[in-house]
Design a protein around this ligand. Structure first.
Ligand SMILES: Nc1ncnc2c1ncn2[C@@H]1O[C@H](COP(=O)(O)OP(=O)(O)O)[C@@H](O)[C@H]1O
Ligand SMILES: O=P(O)(O)OC[C@H]1O[C@](O)(COP(=O)(O)O)[C@@H](O)[C@@H]1O
Ligand SMILES: [Mg+2]
Length: 538
């Protein structure tokens, strides 16, 4: 199939067109695009002024047979319809030219729902990532930049390295700028030239060679800087906040009619980004957390009624705590933000600790930093403090829990405890990425730059059921991914620790029903119900 699908539902407002006579799927008659705004013509080919009209950002949704839905990503030709194309230089690259079917068919899409029944609709799909036969940039035309924003994460340097090396080696690009210090670096800091030589061994270091920051997102100043520097590919590595920022940068770029591809690479240590299978650095963080859990276990084992308490990252999502617990098998209780708990009374945490100490004479507790915040607030004066990006700053659940456990056992002189609190929070994210994360980061970087070269823009890249895809920003930013405590994975954890679920049976039944209803609408496999109001103590 030719690249007609690239234009389906595009913001250019054209009717769906096929450049191919092939009617393999005869989709022409079946596909329909929604919310297509009127075409806005660029004045001089590359740029159009804001006075010529505001482009309405719309979702590019394409529907087909049997409930097939493609949630497509924008393309430069949506608002610059006459851009020339060039053959992909990869076809002359000695390493890649031997690959059979190296180029991705333009109509390949990746399914979001992988478990189906004979009567299921085909459901949501995303455009498959990868190199295209035709590209929208000539090698010497590209002036790329890379920025890293938000918290640190193992693998940031690997993604930077692989974007630089990929652009050089695969597309012959020679100009890649590093923006220092996050978004504000666009207008308040220097830039550095990135070459394969300067980034050669940065993947062996933790952190980001570009620096990062929270806050400081000024869309107008950022896009002014992009325009002034003649940048035409912007690679933005960061979490949900960063992708929100990237989305508004894309909107402004489009409004100004610039030939600039805006590409997001999702980064989060908490693994809380929707749609994608897993975020880079997560495996490394879980592995690093094992060291803290092992230490807690050794400490707990060595003393009578020893308790090892480990606090791990996880602001709103407890994936690190859950996977670190499952991997370790030394943990007796794992507390995460998604699963509310209570301390006192029957079925409460303190009763469970007492029981486990009587059985084993030691125990290990893992707590995610966002767990139990409602209990702490009830206990202490609430502090409504936020960081520069607007994220709520939490009270230290580890210290609070240590205090509460100690207070409880002081009242039981026949059961003296030895509690050791370990807080490895920043250690799990400041390390270099492990081998498998390094490979993952390489694929992410490659998918990102193939997309930009092919003219796609306003997208985040990531694996969906194992296949890399281009995902529209809104799907990444509309909600956070959470541990679903009515899913099998949390059940595996409960069965491995044998801890109480702290939830009443009725609450679990109710939340299951709501989740099922969500999933039946085809709105995603991981609908999760907020059960924070219904723990067993109520
Ligand atoms: N809604 C938003 N619009 C524009 N920029 C945002 C938005 N939310 C966050 N940002 C910017 O994104 C950057 C990173 O956000 P932050 O929440 O700190 O980290 P993360 O991207 O890891 O979630 C910050 O510079 C912040 O100002
Ligand atoms: O102290 P900082 O840099 O604000 O980071 C702390 C926070 O960043 C996180 O690691 C999440 O950040 P990201 O989503 O940016 O990876 C939280 O778990 C943690 O609360
Ligand atoms: Mg975030």
């Amino acid at each position: 199939m030719a690249d007609w699908l690239d234009r389906v539902g595009s913001c250019s407002g054209q009717k769906i067109q096929s450049n191919s006579n092939s009617s393999i799927l005869d989709l022409k008659s079946r596909l329909s695009a929604v919310k297509i705004p009127e075409p806005v013509k660029p004045r001089a080919g590359r740029r159009m002024s804001s006075a010529e009209g505001k482009i309405v950002i719309s979702k590019k949704i394409v529907t087909g047979d049997v409930g097939y839905v493609l949630e497509d990503v924008p393309h430069l030709t949506d608002y610059l319809p006459d851009l020339p194309t060039y053959p992909n230089p990869l076809q002359n690259n000695p390493a890649y030219s031997v690959v059979k079917q190296y180029f991705v068919n333009t109509d390949d899409t990746v399914t979001q729902t992988i478990v189906v029944h004979n009567s299921s609709p085909r459901g949501t799909h995303f455009r498959r990532a990868g190199p295209r036969q035709r590209v929208y940039f000539e090698s010497d035309e590209v002036n790329a930049c890379i920025v890293t924003c938000g918290g640190l994460c193992p693998g940031l340097n690997t993604v930077i390295r692989e974007i630089v090396c990929g652009l050089y080696d695969m597309y012959g690009v020679r100009r890649v700028l590093g923006i220092e210090g996050g978004y504000r670096g666009f207008y308040a800091k220097n830039t550095i030239n990135l070459t394969p030589k300067t980034v050669n061994d940065i993947h062996k270091r933790g952190g980001t060679v570009l620096g990062t920051s929270r806050g400081g997102h000024d869309t107008t100043k950022i896009v002014d800087s992009i325009e002034d520097r003649g940048i035409n590919q912007v690679y933005i590595i960061g979490g949900d906040g960063t992708q929100r920022g990237a989305s508004v940068i894309f909107e402004e770029v489009q409004r100004r009619g610039l030939k600039v591809a805006v590409v997001g690479v999702p980064k989060t240590i908490d693994n809380d980004i929707e749609v994608i299978d897993k975020s880079f650095g997560f495996d490394t963080a879980v592995e690093e957390a094992q060291r803290a859990i092992n230490a807690a276990h050794v400490e707990a084992l060595s003393q009578e009624n020893g308790i090892g308490l480990v606090k791990l990252m996880g602001r709103d999502s407890g994936f690190i705590a859950m996977y670190a617990t499952l991997a370790s098998r030394d943990v007796d209780c794992c507390l995460i933000p998604e699963s509310p708990f209570y301390l006192e009374g029957k079925g409460g945490l303190l009763e469970f600790i007492e029981k486990r100490l009587k059985e084993n004479e030691h125990m290990v507790i893992v707590v995610a930093e966002g767990a139990g915040q409602d209990l702490i607030v009830q206990d202490m004066r609430s502090m409504d403090i936020h960081d520069a990006s607007g994220n709520k700053l939490f009270l230290d659940v580890g210290l609070w829990l240590s205090q509460k456990i100690k207070e409880h056992f002081v009242k039981k002189p026949k059961m003296p405890i030895n509690l050791k609190y370990i807080d490895p929070t920043y250690m799990v994210r400041a390390v270099p990425s492990n081998a498998s994360d390094n490979v993952y980061c390489t694929l992410l970087a490659h998918s990102a730059l193939h997309g930009a070269m092919a003219g796609y823009t306003g997208f985040t890249v990531g694996p969906v059921n194992g296949r890399h895809a281009y995902i529209p920003f809104y799907r990444i930013t509309e909600k956070q991914k959470k541990v679903v405590i009515t899913d099998r994975m949390w059940a595996r954890l409960l069965s491995s620790t044998n801890q109480p679920s702290f939830l009443s049976k009725k609450c679990i039944e109710d939340s299951k029903k709501i989740d099922e209803a969500h999933n039946d609408t085809g709105k995603g496999e991981h609908a999760s119900t907020d059960v924070s109001q219904c723990n067993g103590s109520i």
